[in-house]
Design a protein. Structure first.
Length: 592
C-alpha cells in the first residue's frame, strides 16, 4: 500500500469506490461490490493506518468536509429509523459516446448533482429505460456517542491531521465549511436530536448511520465502530425536516469493552507477581477514597472485573454490590446533584472509577431527578426516545441512594425505580415501542451506595467500616487523594497499567477442575450440617452460588485461571469478614 492509497480513500472515497467498480454493465456487480469492503478493510487494518481516518467521535461535524471518510465509535440508540430505496447501479447515456455505468452507493447525492460538481461529465444522463438498472435498500439507524465514555478513552482517539490531508482540503475544489454544493449558504444544521441522546451531554455529535448490508444490521444498544462516508442528510417530514450528520457505512465492527482500552503499556502483567502488585495498588487507591476501608475496596474491585454468562436466559455471574453505611455531609445536603456532579463525599471515588474504567456513569436517586427523567426508552412520535438506562455492555453504574431527600415519588419516579429493579435482578430493560413493549438484555455492572441497607436488590452487601464512615463524612473528600490529578509521588504506578490489568482480568478464561468442584460440594454439605438452627440450615444453594461467583472474581483479579484450595479459602475468609460486618451493622441500626 502506498501513502496515496490512504489519502485518496480518506479524501475521495467515492472516486476510489467507482474505480474499483469500473464502468462495465451489471453482469458481475455483486462480485465487484464485495471488493469495496475488502479494499477499505485492507487499507486500514493496521492501527497506525486506521488513525489516518478522521474520527467523527471527537470532531465538530461542521468542520468535516462532506464526502470524506470518517470513523465513528457509537452506540445504536434506535435501529428502526426506517429504510430508504436508492439507485445503486445506473446506466448513463450520451449523444456523443457509448453508454457507461456508474455506481451510486454510499451517498444520498443524486447523480445529476455530481455532474454539476464535475465528478461526472454533464453530457451524461441516467438511462432509466435501460435493462440492468439496479435499485437497493439501506437501513437507517441512529448512533450516539457511547454513554459514559470517559475522557481517557477519547484521548486515544486521535484525528489524522497530516500535511497530505491539509493540502488536499485546501485545494480549490474543496468547499469552505458552511457552503453548499452550489456555493451558497447551507441551511442550518443540527448536530443531534436531543430526545434521542441517552446522557445530558447534548452537544456531543450523533449521526444517522446508514447500513447497506441487509443481512446484518446492528441491534439496539449495540456498540459499534463504523467506517464510512460522511454527509449531511435531510431527516423528518416536509416542512419540519432538519439536516443531520449521516455516515454511509462501508463496514462496521462490534465493539467489546476491552477494545476501548489502549494497547498494552511497556510494563505488562504477564506474571502473578505483577497481578498481585497491581491488585494491591488498586485496592489501596480505592480505599483512600473510601476512608481507608480495604475490605470494601476489595469487594468493589471484584465488581469491576465481573462478567456475566446467560444460561437458559438467566444471568449467571452478575455481581451488583450495595456499599452501605455511607453518610452524607449534612452541610452538603442542599447542594444540587446531577449525573455530571456527584455528591462531594463520592466525588473522589467516582473520579477514580472514571480513571480506571472505559464506561462509567453516576446516577443520583434525587427525587426531582427520579420524577423528571425517563430511565427506560419509550416511543415518541415516530421514533424511539432515549432512556437514561439505555447503555451499552459493561457500563459501570454508581447509583447514589444517599442523594435521596424527603419528598413524594410520583408515577414517573415509580416507573423509573421499577426499571432500575429489573436491570439489577434480570439484567434486562423494557423498551416501549409504538405498538408493543419489548425487553432487551443489558450487560451492566451496578454499585449502589446508601446509608442504610439499600431498597434496591443487590448480590453483595458490604457496610463501610465505622472508622472509615466517620473519616469519610467528617474529614471530607478534600483530605483524600484526588484521582483526577493522576498519580503523584505517592502513586508510582501509571493509570494505564491499572487499565491494562483490568482489561486482562476481563479476558481470563476461568474454569473449575471437577475434583475441586467435588470438594466444594462436600464442604458445602458439611457446612449445612454444622450450621443447623431449629432443624433448618442457615446456608442454602444461593449462598453456594454466590461464593462460587466471589471465588471466580478473586481468582481472575489475581490473574489465576482456575479455582484452587488457596483461592477458595481466601474467598471464604473474605466473605466471613463481610458477613460479620453486616451483622454488626444491622445490630447497630436496630439499637439506633
Amino acid at each position: 500500500m502506498t501513502p496515496t492509497d490512504a489519502i485518496d480513500a480518506v479524501t475521495k472515497p467515492h472516486s476510489v469506490i467507482r474505480n474499483l467498480m469500473g464502468s462495465k454493465d451489471a453482469s458481475d456487480v455483486d462480485a465487484r461490490e464485495a471488493l469495496i469492503t475488502e479494499h477499505f478493510r485492507e487499507l486500514f487494518k493496521e492501527p497506525s493506518e486506521r488513525e489516518k481516518i478522521p474520527s467523527f467521535t471527537v470532531s465538530d461535524p461542521l468542520t468535516l468536509p462532506p464526502g470524506t471518510l470518517v470513523r465513528y465509535r457509537c452506540m445504536i440508540q434506535d435501529p428502526g429509523l426506517g429504510q430508504e430505496i436508492y439507485l445503486k447501479w445506473a446506466p448513463l447515456k450520451s449523444a456523443e459516446a457509448a453508454s457507461t455505468w456508474v455506481f451510486n452507493k454510499y451517498s444520498d447525492r443524486p447523480l445529476q448533482k455530481e455532474a454539476e460538481r464535475g465528478e461526472i461529465s454533464p453530457v451524461w444522463e441516467i438511462d432509466y429505460a435501460a435493462a440492468g438498472i439496479v435499485y437497493d435498500e439501506k437501513q437507517l439507524c441512529y448512533g450516539v456517542p457511547l454513554p459514559g465514555e470517559n475522557k481517557w478513552v477519547k484521548a486515544h482517539d486521535r484525528n489524522w491531521t497530516g500535511p497530505e490531508r491539509e493540502r488536499e482540503m485546501l485545494e480549490p475544489t474543496s468547499q469552505p465549511a458552511g457552503d453548499d454544493e452550489a456555493g451558497g449558504r447551507r441551511p442550518a444544521k443540527q448536530i443531534n436530536i436531543p430526545s434521542k441522546m441517552t446522557t445530558a451531554a447534548q452537544n456531543t455529535p450523533a449521526a444517522i448511520v446508514k447500513i447497506y448490508d441487509s443481512d446484518r444490521c446492528p441491534k439496539v444498544a449495540e456498540a459499534i465502530e463504523v467506517v464510512g462516508v460522511f454527509e449531511w442528510t435531510q431527516f423528518g417530514e416536509e416542512g419540519h425536516a432538519m439536516q443531520l450528520p449521516s455516515i454511509h457505512a462501508i463496514y462496521y465492527d462490534s465493539i467489546d469493552i476491552k477494545d476501548l482500552c489502549p494497547p498494552s503499556p511497556d510494563v505488562g502483567v504477564s506474571s502473578s507477581l505483577d497481578f498481585e502488585t497491581i491488585r494491591t495498588e488498586l485496592i489501596r487507591r480505592l480505599s483512600d477514597t473510601l476512608g481507608g476501608d480495604e475490605v470494601a475496596a476489595e469487594i468493589i474491585l471484584l465488581s469491576m472485573v465481573a462478567t456475566v454468562n446467560r444460561v437458559h436466559n438467566m444471568p449467571i455471574g452478575k455481581f451488583h454490590v450495595n456499599l452501605c453505611n455511607v453518610k452524607t455531609d449534612p452541610a452538603a445536603e442542599s447542594t444540587p446533584v446531577s449525573p455530571s456532579a456527584p455528591t462531594p463525599v463520592l466525588r473522589p471515588f467516582y473520579a477514580l472509577l472514571a480513571n480506571c474504567l472505559p464506561l462509567s456513569l453516576y446516577l443520583p436517586l434525587a427525587l426531582d431527578f427520579l420524577n423528571g427523567v425517563a430511565f427506560a426508552p419509550r416511543s415518541n412520535a415516530d421514533h424511539l426516545a432515549a432512556g437514561l438506562l439505555q447503555v451499552t455492555q459493561s457500563t459501570y453504574w454508581l447509583v447514589d441512594e444517599t442523594a435521596m431527600r424527603n419528598g413524594q415519588l410520583r408515577d414517573a419516579g415509580i416507573l423509573n425505580i421499577r426499571a432500575l429493579n429489573q436491570v439489577l435482578t434480570e439484567l434486562k430493560l423494557e423498551y416501549e415501542f409504538p405498538f408493543q413493549r419489548l425487553e432487551f438484555e443489558t450487560e451492566v455492572k451496578v454499585l449502589v451506595v446508601s446509608e442504610g441497607k439499600s431498597f434496591l436488590p443487590s448480590d453483595c452487601m458490604v457496610p463501610l467500616s465505622a472508622p472509615a464512615a466517620e473519616r469519610l463524612s467528617h474529614d471530607g473528600p478534600s483530605t483524600l487523594t484526588n484521582p483526577e490529578e493522576g498519580p503523584g509521588s505517592a502513586d508510582p504506578m501509571d493509570w494505564e497499567i491499572i487499565r491494562h490489568y483490568l482489561k486482562t482480568c476481563l479476558a481470563i478464561d476461568y474454569a473449575i477442575d471437577p475434583e475441586m468442584a467435588k470438594k466444594i460440594q462436600t464442604d458445602y454439605v458439611e457446612e449445612r450440617k454444622q450450621t443447623m438452627t431449629n432443624k433448618e440450615p442457615t446456608i442454602n444453594q444461593l449462598d453456594l452460588s454466590y461464593r462460587l461467583t466471589l471465588a471466580k472474581l478473586v481468582a481472575i483479579s489475581k490473574g489465576i485461571k482456575e479455582l484452587t484450595d488457596e483461592i477458595w479459602s481466601y474467598t471464604c475468609n473474605l466473605d466471613n469478614v463481610r458477613k460479620e460486618r453486616v451483622a454488626e451493622f444491622e445490630a447497630a441500626r436496630v439499637k439506633a
